[in-house]
Design a binder for this molecule. Structure first.
Ligand code: MG
Length: 378
């Protein structure tokens, strides 16, 4: 059966700052989705990660369907109404447009969609991250789909040895989708050269070269490109099909044990390690740390199984402790150097006016013999 998995994710208000949505907001979203989606959806699931709510919907209408996007948009509006009633922080924060206009891409919410022909068994994992940006998935996707050090299936499984095609987007380009398609393993160094810069180059999708089937769909929106100012981090979502023609679930999950540094954390302006956490986890330390949840499902004829929490296993307890240490270590150096993102990532924040002011006070010393402190004192 041909089905589409659509994930739309947004921050529409949370309790106590940027921590987590309220039960009333989630109920508002859920009620609207149930009421308006009855004729459109085959199945749906609502989850949250930090301050973001993710709607997973299955349906037969293909990717980018205006009715599905409008359904999600209206559900987020219904949740926003509850958030306003409760005085939640950042109510409607990610709904950047005044009215829905055909497709939520470019309107604030993150979008990841996969149209697939269901396999006899169709396992997949929904990843949702908070307090970081879409480039956070560059490292785990490269490791899982291109590196046999992480994924032994690239050596051991005939379906995987054919390699994978990466579709990579230049997210700094605002005049349309600027993308490149590169094949692993032949283009490995070229893929690496792009993905090393996760603030600019982001994996949009990954395809099996053996089966010609799409394995990954990831959201790529950069809110500051849409809004022209800092409006919160982009908090990506991603769908990853697993097993058979794709890496095994464990190969997909393994890279998250590294707690790699990503852009995000406080004011979206820092480098912090990404912590894999159980579903429905809020944020805390330094408005973070950046977190990722993983929810596994199987789907058949569009019907979802119950969700399974991939990061709830005891293995991840120690990983989280180590990532906590990494986070605190990085925070010890405050705003210096690698602790804070580079200037081009801060240009949508208030630091630009501070630096503009300072710029007018700089002067170029004219005489080599001039000693400013002495001349000022005399
Ligand atoms: Mg968020």
């Amino acid at each position: 059966m041909d089905i589409t998995l659509s994930v739309l994710k947004a921050d529409i208000g949370s309790i106590g700052g940027h921590i987590q949505p309220s039960e009333a907001v989630i109920a508002g979203v859920s009620k609207a989705l149930e009421r308006d989606g009855a004729d459109l959806l085959t199945d749906s699931h609502i989850g949250w990660t930090g301050d973001d709510i993710a709607l997973l919907m299955t349906h037969p209408h293909g990717t980018g369907d205006a009715r599905i996007h409008e359904l999600a948009w209206n559900a987020f509006l219904a949740g926003t109404e509850e958030a306003r009633k409760q005085g939640l922080y950042g109510a409607g924060q990610d709904l950047l447009a005044d009215a829905f206009s055909g497709n939520v891409r470019g309107m604030g919410p993150g979008v990841a969609e996969l149209s697939i022909r269901e396999r006899a068994a169709e396992p997949f994992v929904l990843f949702a991250a908070d307090k970081t940006d879409p480039g956070a998935f560059n490292f785990p996707l490269y490791a899982a789909f291109a590196d046999p050090m992480n994924t032994p299936g690239l050596l051991l499984s005939p379906a995987l040895t054919a390699g994978f095609r990466f579709v990579i987007m230049d997210v700094s380009h605002t005049g349309g989708d600027r993308v490149i398609e590169l094949d692993a393993p032949e283009d490995l160094y070229r893929i690496a050269a792009l993905l090393r810069d996760p603030e600019r180059y982001v994996v949009e999708s990954v395809w099996s070269r053996h089966a010609g089937e799409q394995a990954v769909a990831a959201s790529t929106s950069r809110l500051h490109n849409i809004a022209g100012k800092y409006t919160g981090k982009d908090d990506p979502a991603m769908l990853v099909r697993v097993q058979k023609d794709f890496p095994a679930t464990g190969e997909i999950l393994a890279p998250y044990a590294h707690g790699h540094f990503v852009g995000g954390g406080m004011r979206g302006s820092h480098n912090m390690p990404l912590m894999p956490v159980p579903r429905m986890s809020g944020t805390s330390y330094f408005d973070g740390p950046p977190i990722v949840t993983g929810t596994a499902f199987c789907v058949q004829e569009g019907k979802l199984t119950e969700p399974v929490d991939v990061f709830a296993h005891p293995f991840w307890h120690r990983i989280r402790e180590r990532i906590t240490e990494k986070a605190v270590d990085m925070r010890r150096q405050g705003f210096f150097g690698a602790a804070m993102l580079p200037m081009d990532e801060l240009e949508y924040t208030g630091i630009t006016s501070l630096l503009d002011d300072l710029d007018t006070e700089f002067h170029v010393r004219e005489a080599a013999a001039e000693t400013p402190s002495a001349s000022r004192a005399s």
